[in-house]
Design a protein around this ligand. Structure first.
Ligand code: GRF
Length: 202
């Protein structure tokens, strides 16, 4: 399966996918990395791995639609089977999501449905959570609310700072995302009428 990864920053999740996909038995190939930030650290990392990279800066386009149209045109040329959002900090419009219905996934640094949106680790600490974690889910029009494919949890320690918790969660994100992408690429999970359906013993 052909996969395009979208990033806006350091791309550590993108690199976890790249490393996992290098295994001969992995059912997906990362064919390109797209970013909305020309200075995203992950672009240089992907290029160093020999992966095609593309940057589409919002400010270079007259409107959100024009920006998205340029990205969609590039995707046409890449013809991905699956799109992975990995630290991509921009909401996709319904038009974009419909073009790739059931084939866009995202990793979010909380145990959804708890803490959608930003600053998830500080919010978990402030709420007194004893467990935190991350979620890989299908992308739907609402933010961070699509059907869940996988989750992984870590303890919240008594004197945890948001940074300490973020570091602990990021480590398990890098395991969960490749595992979740494998399930989707192998057809063991799919989105059906708004639900994540596992077709085989996942
Ligand atoms: C991660 O916490 C991820 O869950 C969120 O963005 C953060 C940075 O990701 N989506 P990365 O290092 O750019 O992959």
């Amino acid at each position: 399966k052909r996969v395009v990864v979208f990033i806006s920053g350091s791309g550590s999740n993108m690199m976890a996918l790249v490393k996992a996909a290098a295994a001969s038995d992995y059912p997906a190939e990362i064919v390109a990395v797209i970013s909305d930030k020309a200075d995203a650290g992950g672009l240089a990392k992907a290029a160093a791995e020999g992966i095609a990279t593309f940057a589409f800066m919002r400010k270079d386009f007259a409107s959100k639609d024009a920006h998205e149209e340029a990205i969609l045109a590039q995707l046409e040329a890449l013809s991905p089977d699956i799109i992975c959002l990995a630290g991509y900090m921009r909401l996709l419009t319904g038009r974009f999501i419909q073009s790739y219905e059931g084939r866009i996934i995202n990793i979010h640094p909380s145990l959804l449905p708890l803490f959608p949106g930003l600053h998830t680790h500080q919010r978990a600490i402030d709420a007194g959570q004893r467990i935190a974690g991350c979620t890989v889910h299908f992308v739907t029009e609402g933010m961070d609310e699509g059907p869940v494919i996988g989750q992984a949890a870590v303890p919240v320690l008594t004197d945890d700072t948001a940074d300490a918790l973020a570091t602990r969660v990021l480590t398990i994100e890098h395991r969960l995302y490749p595992q979740s992408l494998r399930l989707l690429a192998e057809g063991k999970v799919r989105m059906e009428s708004g639900k994540a359906v596992t077709t085989a013993k996942a």
